[in-house]
Ligand binder design. Sequence first.
Ligand SMILES: [Zn+2]
Length: 73
Amino acid sequence: MIIWDFNVIMALGVTMGLAVILIAWLYHSYNFKYTEALRDLEFFRQCTFCTYLYFDYNQKSPAHCPRCGSYQN
Ligand SMILES: [Zn+2]
């Protein structure tokens, strides 16, 4: 027979909390769509002068670095 003292209740609470987090993590990992997450990679650019990383959604040539203002090809 289990003696219901404070330690047992705390251990059950922590275990249940971790189980909920684990189940939510597994559910999110299973339903995550990588194609949507990687969709923006085609707009991803890095400035060759200041190495600033940014997204260029306009895709105009030449691109314009938002940080240093230099033009990229
Ligand atoms: Zn730059």
